[in-house]
Design a protein around this ligand. Structure first.
Ligand SMILES: [Ca+2]
Ligand SMILES: [Ca+2]
Ligand SMILES: [Ca+2]
Length: 467
């Protein structure tokens, strides 16, 4: 298995790529779940291709949303995450796989910070993880951001070597709005060739009434031989140390793509995808010490990867958010009618016991919508953003967003937020990798900051909106 890693290339999470090249994960029900972080695209893909000249832009959109390039760097940046400061609505922090390190050409944990609502950005690579930050891991990926009630940002990542069996999960913290970052805390680390720690995400309990206020939770997939459970580790000291991980996914041992979220009373939920073709949620009411049995949200048809007419890998990983009233919201992308991808949504109004029949979120069902991310504003408005290929006829990338002001009962018309379409062929990986997810944060004032991989400049950059 370690030997495989020599051929496996990229990062961050994965799906679609596995033991048997050419077959999708869903076509291999008896095989191990793909190791994320690892895509069998060939050794040359370890290094991004030389950036190409600008692509022909798609048709300008007739909207006034202002797109902004948060990374503005010629190397590829992809696989985006974002969080906003509850104490300063102008403070936005993004993260991505960032290939700017010329020592390695491999991915580091990139951060992008704005103090003025997205108008201007600074950034770089997190310290102490990969060589350009003074760390020793050959690569990092699976960026995930969260923010606590005091405005401290937490950045979780996978850290690994391609030529040894080292594999870790780290959390880095910034107490100055994302301008600078401390040394990482390693939540877990191994050199066991049977173990690969993959596809983390992170959440913080920001609810002052919660008995677990301030607790930091990291979930990830712990590939172990042929099994892939979701595990969770928590920190009760602001990310300085993390406790031992506990298994969260119960009897579901073919899981991937977990995301944690915390409710108003400190209830912890973790959503994940099962290779069997289902979305699950698990719940902990004791601060992450243990989890009840998984509850199936829906059976789904996992996206084919790549989607027809495209060459980059995709997945059906869920996103999850909890409303101020405790309602739990989950979205994902699924293959519908055997013909195309839609973003789907379900909610639970009884603490995750029962889930509503899934509904389509994207207003235009035609073409493909995928890589959804969900967030909830303090007033209960739900936002979901995703790539939407219905805005162009080329299988290029646009980002669309929907909102619901009635708790997810209806979703209205998808708003295109990209002012230009992106040609995925300019991703730096021959069109094969645009990351494995996007992100969305809503400020306490409700302004949406969708964040996505955008290639309009001729290379993959991190884009968001400015307000
Ligand atoms: Ca569709
Ligand atoms: Ca398409
Ligand atoms: Ca770039």
């Amino acid at each position: 298995m370690a030997r495989c890693r020599l051929f496996l290339v990229f990062l961050a999470l994965a799906v679609g790529t596995l033991a048997l090249p050419g077959l999708s994960a869903s076509a291999q029900p008896s095989s191990p779940v793909p190791r994320s972080g690892v895509v069998e695209v060939g050794p040359s893909a370890r290094r991004p291709a030389v950036p190409r000249p600008s692509a022909a832009p798609g048709a300008p959109a007739a909207i006034s949303l202002t797109n902004v390039d948060a990374s503005n760097d010629p190397a590829p940046q992809n696989e985006t995450t974002v969080a906003t400061n509850p104490l300063n609505v102008r403070n936005i922090v993004g993260g991505a796989n960032d290939y700017r390190c010329t020592l390695t050409g491999d991915a580091g944990a990139g951060f992008y910070t704005s103090m003025d609502g997205g108008a201007t950005w600074s950034g770089g690579l997190l310290p102490g993880i990969t060589p350009c930050g003074g760390g020793s891991y050959q690569a990092a990926g699976d960026p995930a951001l969260a923010v606590d009630a005091a405005g401290s940002f937490y950045y979780a990542a996978i850290d690994f070597d391609r030529t040894t069996s080292r594999s870790a999960i780290s959390v880095s913290k910034s107490t100055d709005g994302g301008l600078t970052w401390g040394s990482p805390t390693f939540v877990t680390a191994t050199n066991n060739s049977q173990i690969f720690n993959d596809k983390d995400y992170i959440a913080v309990d920001t609810h002052s009434a919660s008995p677990f206020f301030g607790r930091v939770y990291v979930s990830w997939t712990r590939f172990n031989g042929n099994l892939s459970p979701i595990v969770v580790s928590s920190s009760t000291d602001g990310g300085a140390t993390f406790g031992p991980f506990v298994t969260a996914s119960g009897a579901v041992n073919d899981a991937q793509g977990s995301v944690p979220a915390v409710g108003p009373n400190g209830e912890l939920y973790v959503a994940f995808w099962s290779q069997s073709g289902a979305i699950y949620v698990v719940k902990s009411t004791n601060g992450g010490a243990s989890f009840a049995a998984p509850v199936k949200v829906a059976n789904i048809v996992t996206l084919p990867s790549p989607l027809p007419g495209n060459s980059f890998r995709v997945n059906s990983f869920p996103s999850i958010a909890v409303g101020p009233n405790g309602n739990v919201y989950v979205s994902w992308s699924e293959w519908v009618n055997g013909t195309n991808a839609d973003v789907r949504f379900s909610r639970s109004t009884n603490g995750g016991v029962a889930w509503s029949a899934p509904v389509r979120v994207n207003s235009n069902p035609s073409d493909d919508q995928f890589f959804n991310w969900i967030a909830v504003a303090p007033n209960g408005t739900i936002g979901i953003c995703f790539y939407d290929q219905s805005f162009n006829s080329l299988n290029w990338l646009d980002v669309g967003c929907n909102k619901s002001t009635n708790g997810g009962l209806s979703w209205g018309t998808t708003i295109r937020v990209t002012s230009t379409s992106s040609n995925p062929a300019n991703d730096g990986f021959g069109g094969g990798f645009i990351g494995d997810y996007t992100g969305l944060a809503l400020t306490v004032a409700g302004k949406p900051y969708p964040i996505w991989t955008d290639t309009r400049t001729g290379n993959a950059d991190v884009f968001t909106l400015r307000w």
